[in-house]
Design a protein around this ligand. Sequence first.
Ligand SMILES: Cc1cc2nc3c(=O)[nH]c(=O)nc-3n(C[C@H](O)[C@H](O)[C@H](O)COP(=O)(O)OP(=O)(O)OC[C@H]3O[C@@H](n4cnc5c(N)ncnc54)[C@H](O)[C@@H]3O)c2cc1C
Length: 480
Amino acid sequence: MSAQEVDIVVVGAGPVGLMCAYLAQHCGLSTAIIDKSDKPLAVGRADALNARTLQLLEVANLFDELYPLGKPCNTSSVWADGKFISRQSTWWDSLEGCFHKHFLMLGQSFVENLLDSKLKKTESAVKRSTSVMNVEINADKCLTTLSNGETIKSSYVIGADGSRSFVRDHFKVGFEIVRPQIVWAVIDGIVETDFEKVPEIIVFQAETSDVAWIPREGNIDRFYIRMDTKDFSFEDALEKINRAIRPHTLKFKEVVWFSQFSVKESVAEKFFVEDRVFLTGDASHVHSVNGGQGLNTGLADAFNLMWKLNMVLKHGASTDLLHSFEGERKPVAQSVIESSGELVRSTKYSQNGTHAQDYVNIVQKRAGNITGMGIRYGELGLRGTRLYDLEIFCGPLKTRIYSLLDYARYTLLIFSDDKINLNLPEYVNIIQIKSHKNQSDYWTKESPYYNQAILVRPDSYIETSVTVDKIESLLTHFLN
Ligand SMILES: Cc1cc2nc3c(=O)[nH]c(=O)nc-3n(C[C@H](O)[C@H](O)[C@H](O)COP(=O)(O)OP(=O)(O)OC[C@H]3O[C@@H](n4cnc5c(N)ncnc54)[C@H](O)[C@@H]3O)c2cc1C
């Protein structure tokens, strides 16, 4: 049987692998995506998309379909001994340059099912009930062998095969796991209670802080319950909920998902092998669910990697660009481990016995990770920062910058009223934004980028910027 040949093989069709394949298709790359499961996730697992993920979904034209399905939530409150203690949302409210200053509470299955259905309309539907058994890196191609005996040649392979990654283990990439001996029960379901339901994340303080109540899409609620041992029943978890919310009581009319997980923390020693095989999502970092960062960090990996592969495969960029995937994403993974690690430990240990309040204070301190908006690549100036979203107008019509970005291309934003003629390669889209109202061009009277030319990467981080009079130097530097 002759081998199929594609640009990229994606191992694993969890949310991260699906996003990698979807973005590759968007860029016009050919892909094969393989998963051993027979269908996308139906219930459970991640429950929140952060503000940065929402912006990235907009760039990938997925926002409009997902957003109406979820429930916005930007408030965390603390209850102790049956009393309301505090309510905070400052870290969301103070975000600048974005229009959705909240989590979108929405189960991971919605993301997976949307992407899975989009891929079915391409030549790269997920090949299911099939495992990847071997990956070889040869002189100029990779060769992937599947459990049905088929082989696939590709320029690149992406390991998006989860925390027990076959790809990571196969290439002997170090993944030393720390286990802080913390076990959670998770219940999704429809509740009946005399506690007044509010669409907020509520952290309850009893002796310690063992219970968090998370609003979800539709009429579902989620509870995280920290358990003392791995051997517990649903009734044990329910008893802890009732202890935390007393004097109120709660029962489940319907249980949609009941699961447990033991916290593990690790970052892969490296994120790529021989410039050919890349590790993304849980294959390269695992940590506690506190702060809701697993899915969000994995999706951001996909957005960081796929445009770089596109630029190398289709537009002759140097493979050095691919190395920046690890340079940029490994420190982020490390910081996510630190922030989720600090959060999860605070549920068990507190110097003053104020676990729940400590928890919310840590959320505030680590808001850059939790909202996703504090991630930047590079230390100085605008370079490496996320592009601010702005309302702009085209004639009388209102739009926003993020709805004009295209993941397959860079965007050169020129904030100037001068006439500017530039000859740019087709992988750079130019948008000029003037400072006064006019009928035919984009314009805005308010912009933090006044008189700047901003080159924006496909993943909507700023590549570089100069004042408009130096635009030639920006292009000479960037295009050579
Ligand atoms: C209870 C719970 C709650 C969570 N809550 C949150 C949250 O609130 N917010 C958040 O951001 N994250 C949360 N997470 C984490 C989130 O679910 C994961 O980070 C996310 O699923 C990682 O996606 P992934 O695509 O990297 O890996 P996975 O979703 O694990 O997908 C990996 C895929 O690879 C496939 N696979 C594995 N090996 C092979 C092979 N050899 N061949 C073919 N296919 C293979 C598997 O079948 C699977 O479909 C939670 C997780 C759990 C368990």
